[in-house]
Design a protein around this ligand. Structure first.
Ligand SMILES: Cc1ncc(COP(=O)(O)O)c(C=O)c1O
Length: 418
């Protein structure tokens, strides 16, 4: 009989095979912190424990029906063949129309590439623009995936610190101080994950005047939370003519349309960069799922200001945010910030450092999240995961009922700390 060679036998023979075969690039990469927390949460849930998950970054709403219908129609219309690498021409045209309609920005469809979600968009961008050792400026707190995506492309993240007491905002001077001859790009998100902060037209204008002095730097503007903005309006740094040809807009349908699983994102850039992104995407993944593209075409055809499903989602987020801000501010040791968009609150918790429950000492924000997961059965994410220790991130993308329950549990667990 033929011997079946199991992987375990193979590993035994090769000794530390796992280490041997793994590239240095992959070995040095951190696991996504938010995904690690979700994994622990799933483990507890699988043991029958009722965990409330406030660590996850996705809307809890279903995809609006008119978008689902477009996807069903695409299946019936036999959209099942390899799609064009940069996206269907009609979708790229629709994105150009959306940019004109919502952002008053004039782009040609050839400047747009559709990818598998905004994360893939950002990965494509870094692979397109970075050489070994190129520096990318990243304000803290940052979305967890920016640094690893820079590292995968052999670049070097350079961090710009912000301060809870200054609303987590960085200034034009902060940016200028961190620019070196190796700076290739700057990436930020507004509305911001995790702080929920939104940069105003005036603030972006000041940044633009710094970048205008540095024609060697690209500005990557992650606008994935554009539609979940509680300030009067969303502004893109691409509005500033003097730097516009060096701005790369990142956007997609995951957050605003509650379509995280559909994986549709897009970049908007100069034609040369778009062509190169297309080249990289053509070799790595090809064009994205064509049914999702047809659904995205329908989704983007509506003006968000006239779409009751989108308006209702935003209003629910606003109500939940207001509830959470009030409820959290009543818990001793938790100082909420003032988020203006996205669906996160990023409170400061340094007063709880050093406190104890039985033998467990809270030495940092990671410990506090672990304590709350085990003792309140509420999953959160530590500020350290976003480069800002001393804070925690709560996502309010879940029902009011769950939020009320979560706050009660957190309050009780924190009152037991000594
Ligand atoms: C700031 C930011 N950018 C990009 C993404 C990625 O979005 P997508 O799900 O479309 O890949 C996320 C998702 O959490 C995010 O928070």
């Amino acid at each position: 009989m033929m011997e079946i060679k199991s992987f375990t036998n193979f590993e035994k023979k090769m000794g530390t095979t796992t280490d041997y075969f793994i590239s240095q690039r992959a070995a040095e990469l951190n696991e996504s912190a938010t995904l690690a927390m979700s994994q622990k949460t799933r483990e507890l849930k699988s043991k029958g424990i009722d965990v409330i998950n406030l660590s996850i970054g996705e809307p809890d709403f279903f995809v609006p029906n008119f978008i689902k219908e477009a996807a069903k129609q695409a299946i019936d219309d036999n959209y099942s063949f390899y799609p064009p690498v940069p996206g269907y021409p009609e979708l790229r045209q629709m994105i150009a129309l959306k940019l004109r309609r919502d952002n008053h920005l004039d782009y040609d469809p050839s400047q747009i590439v559709v990818s598998n979600g905004a994360k893939h968009v950002i990965a494509n961008i870094f692979l397109t623009i970075l050489n070994k050792g190129d520096e990318v400026l990243i304000p803290i707190p940052y979305w967890v995936s920016y640094p690893p995506l820079v590292q995968i492309a052999d670049g070097k993240p350079v961090y710009i610190k912000s301060d809870f007491n200054k609303d987590f905002k960085i200034t034009a001077e902060d940016i200028e101080r961190h620019i070196t001859p190796k700076t290739k790009a700057f990436i930020f998100s507004s509305p911001n994950n995790p702080s929920g902060k939104v940069y105003s037209y005036e603030e972006l204008k000041e940044w633009a005047s710094v970048f205008a002095k540095h024609p060697e730097i690209l500005i990557i503007s992650d606008e994935i939370y554009e539609l979940i903005n509680f300030t009067k309006e969303h502004h893109s740094i691409a509005e500033f003519e003097e730097i516009r040809d060096r701005v790369i807009i990142v956007n997609g349908l995951s957050k605003g349309f509650a379509m995280t699983g559909w994986r549709v994102g897009y970049s908007v850039s100069s034609k040369t960069i778009a062509k190169t992104i297309e080249k990289i995407q053509g070799q790595m993944t090809g064009g994205i799922n064509d049914i999702a593209q047809m659904a995205a075409l329908k989704a983007l055809s509506v003006d968000p200001e006239d779409c009751h499903e989108l308006i209702e989602m935003k209003e629910s987020f606003r109500k939940r945010r207001n509830f959470m801000l009030k409820a959290l501010s009543e818990i001793p040791g938790i100082k909420p910030n003032n988020p203006e968009g996205a669906f996160y609150i990023f409170p400061e918790i340094s007063d709880l450092i050093g406190k104890k429950f039985e033998d467990f000492v809270i030495n940092n924000d990671d410990d506090l999240c672990m304590y709350l997961l085990n003792n309140a059965n509420v999953a959160l994410t530590s500020g350290s995961s976003f480069g800002y220790p001393g804070c925690i991130r709560l996502s309010y993308a879940t029902s009011m009922l769950q939020l009320e329950k979560a706050v009660e549990r957190i309050k009780k667990a924190i009152s037991q700390l000594q």
